[in-house]
Design a protein around this ligand. Structure first.
Ligand code: COA
Length: 212
């Protein structure tokens, strides 16, 4: 089912066709993140892989052919990485070349792959990996609708607890998560910064995210 927001934006499942625009939005608006530092080619590969692996899914808000915003999610982050690497590992490795030859970058890639198991147990394995709405569409409710679609899909998959990790300086994003029913549950050291971990409990039938 597609949803038309008041801004004339249609929400559809993330597909390979959207990956390049989604990667560009990620790079532009989550520019401080480690994934962005791995470059646009890597982000394109990652977003091409996400809708193809069982553990991943996402939604995009389309105005015409343009992606105005997106959300990308993992049912289980570790599994998503494993599935993406086993199916798309070669193209992802090629996309990382030559940065991955630098020991500091290689070390951070390994840390990124390990963080889900390192924090495992403390937080739910399901995660909102990224959400971005371009500046023109902010404040329109698109972000909330993307989150609602994601929450509905998590519920369909039998998942009722979801986390999101956000750089602790991202005030607007943190307010958005709180507004969406996420509550701060702790912090996670991630590379050279501290991320706030937010967790939402998704009710059985509730249409929106909501804390327990
Ligand atoms: C996070 C994001 C998707 C939220 O979408 P949005 O359209 O901005 O969200 P909303 O406007 O519905 O909610 C943001 C809340 O932040 C607050 N806010 C609004 N403008 C703000 C500003 N300039 N500075 C700080 N907070 C602000 C408000 O509390 C607002 O809630 P309200 O509408 O009830 O007043 C979007 O801001 C974005 O793409 N940011 C850049 C990418 C990013 O940081 N992604 C998250 C990475 S973890």
């Amino acid at each position: 089912m597609t949803v038309l927001t008041s801004a004339g934006i249609v929400i559809v499942p993330l597909s390979v066709a959207h990956a390049d625009q989604v990667a560009a939005l990620h790079r532009r608006y989550i520019d401080t993140g480690f994934l962005s530092s791995l470059g646009l080619r890597f982000l394109r590969r990652l977003y091409r892989a996400i809708p193809h692996v069982p553990s991943g899914f996402g939604y995009v808000g389309l105005r015409g052919e343009r992606v105005a915003g997106f959300i990308a999610c993992a049912e289980h982050v570790e599994t998503l990485y494993r599935q993406a690497l086993s199916r798309h590992g070669v193209s992802m490795a090629v996309a990382l070349f030559p940065q991955a030859l630098r020991p500091s970058v290689l070390r951070r890639i390994i840390q990124s792959l390990r963080y889900p198991s390192q924090i495992g147990g403390a937080y739910p394995p399901a995660e909102v990996l990224s959400i971005v709405v371009n500046e023109a569409a902010r404040g329109t409710g698109l972000a909330a609708q993307l989150m609602e679609r994601a929450a509905a899909e998590f519920r369909v998959r039998g998942i009722h607890q979801v986390k999101v990790l956000v750089w602790n300086r991202k005030t607007r994003a943190k307010r958005f998560y709180e507004k969406s029913g996420f509550r701060r549950a702790g912090e996670v050291p991630y590379h050279d910064r501290v991320l706030d971990a937010y967790v939402a409990t998704l009710g059985e039938d509730a249409p929106r995210t909501g804390a327990a």
